[in-house]
Design a binder for this molecule. Structure first.
Ligand SMILES: C[S@@+](CC[C@H](N)C(=O)[O-])C[C@H]1O[C@@H](n2cnc3c(N)ncnc32)[C@H](O)[C@@H]1O
Length: 341
């Protein structure tokens, strides 16, 4: 896996190496503005695409094929918790054979293949990043699930499908990348059949976030830069946007607050990693990866700039863990809404 990671980094970089792309990303990020304007939408999609070009191999190496967090029960493996978090959406949406469902921002297809296998529904994975879709297609073939998995290479703000195409729509930690919630939820509303439902996990700041606290602001800024996000909304903004576009809100709830799971969602980002599976995402595992990359960069085994990307992701991971501990941020604000019939 380590060899595949370095080969993949090497083969995907142009002559200038990842360094020029990471500086382009940082430059664009600094000057981008978040608003509902067309310019801001273009800025946002370019930045997100650059970001995922840079980080996809790192995510896959450090986290696996599902690029999201999950609450975890004592004794439950990391992988099992991710799958349960995915099944929960399928359960809430009542997915089953014969249904056609959109996964907005499908990543490299980990969740959609799991949900297709679990529910028997046909899933259309929408993603603006070509490299991720290439990997998702490959994994669908390998899993013998090509008959239940279709892919669309487009912006999820402008999906190339007629109104009312889908029996359900879900999204996992992806609509947070949209420039504003009204635009993305409006598109979801358009895509759903009357009476059909939308469910998602949103990134949100909680009511403990204090916009006057410099440390809170710093943490939020590190999460945004290292996570390819032009902003993080609060829960009220999410709820209001759902209603503004016409949804009937069935449930909104922060799953990180429930009493059950005893291992918090940010645990894989801290400590030393108790198993090989969790080692790479842990603080010590990330440090090993980072130092190896610096060495491999010096030896020209991986492209210039790879260590800079890993540094940016480390900063983001530390900020997320601190935000989790302080309770000022959640990556699992669960939303469930229905388009009136
Ligand atoms: C954090 S990843 C989550 C991926 C996937 N849902 C998972 O859990 O594995 C966010 C995903 O959203 C996609 N994305 C972000 N903005 C997008 C846009 N405007 N249109 C389509 N896809 C987008 C990214 O390319 C990436 O695949």
């Amino acid at each position: 896996m380590t060899v595949r990671f370095s080969v993949s980094l090497k083969s995907r970089s142009g002559k200038s190496g990842a360094g020029s792309t990471v500086s382009e990303y940082e430059q664009r990020f600094k000057t981008a503005k978040r608003s509902g304007s067309e310019d801001s939408k273009d800025d946002c999609s370019r930045i997100v695409n650059l970001y995922y070009d840079l980080v996809t191999d790192f995510y896959e190496f450090g986290w696996g094929r599902s690029f999201h967090f999950a609450p975890r029960f004592a004794g439950e493996s990391f992988k099992a918790s991710l799958a349960r978090h995915e099944h929960y959406l399928a359960l809430k949406l009542g997915l089953g054979p014969g249904m056609v469902v959109a996964d907005l921002g499908c990543g490299i297809g980990g969740p959609m293949l799991e949900i297709a296998r679990f529910s028997g529904a046909r899933i259309v994975g929408v993603n603006s990043n070509a490299y991720q879709l290439e990997r998702a297609r490959k994994y669908a073939e390998e899993a013998d699930l090509a008959h239940l998995a279709e892919f669309m290479h487009c912006d999820f703000l402008d999906v190339d499908a007629p109104d009312g195409s889908f029996d359900a729509v879900y999204s996992i930690e992806a609509t947070c990348c949209a420039p504003d919630k009204v635009s993305i939820y409006g598109e979801v509303f358009r895509l759903l059949k009357p009476g059909a439902c939308f469910a998602a996990y949103e990134y949100c700041v909680t009511e403990r976030f204090d916009a006057q606290d410099p440390r809170h602001l710093e943490i939020k800024a590190d999460i945004e830069l290292g996570g390819g996000l032009l902003g993080i909304d609060d829960r009220q903004t999410v709820d209001d946007a759902l209603r503004t576009v016409g949804f009937e809100v069935l449930e909104t709830r922060d799953l990180s607050e429930q009493a059950g799971p005893s291992i918090p969602w940010y645990q894989p980002l801290v400590g030393s990693g108790v198993s090989l599976a969790s080692f790479r995402s842990s603080r010590i595992g990330r440090s090993v990866t980072h130092n190896s990359l610096r060495l491999m960069e010096a030896l020209r085994i991986v492209p210039r700039g790879s260590a800079r990307v890993s540094e940016m992701l480390n900063l983001c991971a530390m900020a997320m863990a601190e935000a989790g501990r302080l309770g000022i941020f959640t990556p699992m604000y669960f939303i469930h809404a229905r388009k009136p019939g």
